[in-house]
Design a protein around this ligand. Structure first.
Ligand code: 4G1
Length: 230
């Protein structure tokens, strides 16, 4: 897997991927990361990447030329998906993450300011994906969410123990409560069932807790789970 990220802030993306599990996966060549700055493709001496919007209004718009040229400088594999991170995109889900984990290359376009000149979309025709309905200052964090989510699905990223745990969200339910040492903290005790070594009882307890938690906190997920499991 190869990720190519078009961003005006390449250090943000590079830095984030140099920690913990992502760093380890990159070192093991599970994926590679190539960051491209559209500013390096500007043609004027001020390296201008944005300008005021036609028709007026607040803010700045990202110019088409630096983004399109930066995009065209990237070597494409046979099986490449280009994604624009955008509040107008389809919501990112575990299903989409699974689909994306099967391609050879993902090219990600991060916006800033008010967003992209529409002709970037007209020319590149990216798939548009959103990580949620809130306002951000840039598309870097959404791109990093996607890279993080996709890379942990790749063979060799997670250890045996971590991947055994993989079901937690793919089964459509929220996680059951977790406990570690000590057995008692500030008068709060770990539930006895987790200490008795009966794995059938432990699994039943955890499943019941998952169900209850999902019903209470995410009735939308709960309804979906009940419908698809019956
Ligand atoms: C109008 C949120 C504008 C934001 C309405 C989730 C948000 C990319 C995402 C914005 C962005 C709403 C995302 C807004 C994002 C250009 C650069 C767009 C930053 C930008 C709900 C600013 N998932 N936002 N506009 O946040 O890129 O992917």
């Amino acid at each position: 897997m190869r990720f190519d990220v078009l961003t005006l802030f390449p250090e943000m993306v590079e830095q984030f991927c140099n920690y913990s599990i992502m760093k380890r996966a990159k070192e093991r060549d599970v994926f590679s990361l190539n960051v491209v700055n559209p500013r390096d493709f500007t043609l004027d001496k001020h390296k201008k990447v944005d300008d005021t919007p036609y028709g007026g209004g607040a803010g700045m718009v990202l110019m088409a030329q630096p983004y399109v040229d930066a995009y065209e400088s990237i070597a494409q594999a046979d099986n490449t998906v280009t994604i624009m991170l955008s509040p107008q995109g389809e919501p990112l889900t575990d299903k989409i993450v699974n689909e994306l984990s099967k391609v050879e290359q993902i090219i990600l376009l991060c916006g800033h300011y008010e967003g992209f000149d529409e002709r970037i979309r007209d020319i590149i025709k990216p798939r548009e994906i959103s990580i949620g309905d809130f306002v951000l200052t840039g598309g870097e964090l959404p791109a990093l969410c996607l890279i993080d989510a996709v890379s942990r699905k790749l063979e060799g990223t997670l250890g045996k123990i971590e991947s055994a745990e993989e079901d937690s969200f793919s089964n459509g339910l929220l996680e059951y409560p977790h406990y570690t040492k000590p057995r008692e903290y500030r008068g709060l005790k770990v539930p006895d069932v987790l200490l008795n070594g009966n794995h059938k009882e432990i699994n039943d307890f955890r499943y019941a807790e998952s169900l209850e938690r999902t019903k209470k906190r995410r009735p939308d997920l709960y309804e979906k789970f009940i419908k698809t499991s019956s």
